[in-house]
Write a protein that binds this ligand. Structure first.
Ligand SMILES: O=P(O)(O)OC[C@@H](O)[C@@H](O)c1c[nH]c2ccccc12
Length: 263
């Protein structure tokens, strides 16, 4: 199963990185440094002035699509996002299946003024401490990849470092887990990470079950202004979009079009 495969590889890599710098050393670095995170919720919550919020993803490849972008330049893509109204940037840092890199975070941090998401398969506190050190403002926790205790403990660890958390769900069981851990930002992933199947009706089923004070992010397979309008209409605040931006001739035009789609 692909999710398990990715997680096994993630743990293997993690153990190697821990030999270079330990969690204790990372935590010391955090204590002695100044790692200030942005107020992520204010960037992601729909408002009257700015109803549609976009989390734009820097994404070279994926296990379901293979290489999405040849001549991938994460820096210039992130600049284009930052300069043209994206509300946050999702940086894939998983290196084997998505061809991401933790160093992209550090580089992108240097010139952006919107929050950065470390998008990875987080199963260990170590990755959360790393996220902060490399410049993330929030991290992804995937409910499907964690049991309740793991989710709770990773969630509170991230919060203790002032990192915000996007908890990703795909069904009712995940939703219950996310609410139990106290998530304020809930991402509904249209893509099933075990089968890669897409279900663009998932928000219709799950949003009515989510308390109104939560921030809702619609994730994956979003490429169409009509879909954005519809999902915004039923309560989605933010849209996490990767592949579509990687394939269009002008990211700027697409961002403008999507952000103004409510008008
Ligand atoms: O490229 P898309 O279909 O617009 O999807 C972006 C994002 O939702 C997707 O990359 C994603 C959502 N959840 C994940 C978890 C791990 C890796 C990747 C993801």
């Amino acid at each position: 199963m692909i999710l398990e495969k990715i997680i096994n590889k993630t743990i293997e890599d993690l153990n190697l990185r821990k030999q270079t710098i330990s969690l204790e050393e990372l935590e010391l670095k955090i204590k002695e440094g100044s790692y200030k995170t942005k107020d992520v919720k204010s960037f992601l919550k729909s408002s009257k002035d700015e109803p549609i919020r976009i989390i734009a993803e820097v994404k070279k490849a994926s296990p379901s699509k293979g290489i999405i972008k040849e001549n991938f330049d994460p820096i210039s893509i992130a600049k284009e996002y930052n300069d043209n109204g994206a509300n946050a940037i999702s940086v894939l840092t998983e290196s084997h299946f998505f061809l991401g890199d933790l160093n992209y975070l550090k580089e992108i941090k240097k010139f952006t003024n919107i929050p950065l998401l470390r998008k990875d398969f987080i199963v260990d506190k170590y990755q959360i401490a790393e996220a902060l050190v490399y410049g993330a403002d929030f991290v992804l926790l995937i409910a499907k990849a964690l049991n309740q205790d793991e989710l709770n403990s990773l969630y509170s660890y991230a919060r203790s470092l002032d990192l915000e958390v996007l908890v990703e769900i795909h069904d009712l069981e995940d939703l219950e887990k996310s609410l139990k851990c106290g998530a304020d930002i809930i991402g509904i992933n249209h893509r099933n990470l075990k089968t890669f199947e897409m279900d663009m009706t998932l928000c219709d089923k799950l949003i009515p079950l989510i308390p109104r004070d939560k921030i809702i992010v619609a994730e994956s397979g979003v490429s169409d202004i009509e879909v954005i309008k519809r999902l915004h209409g039923i309560g989605a605040d933010s849209f996490l979009i990767g592949e579509h931006f990687m394939r269009v001739p002008s990211i700027k035009n697409e961002l403008l079009k999507f952000k103004n789609s409510w008008k």
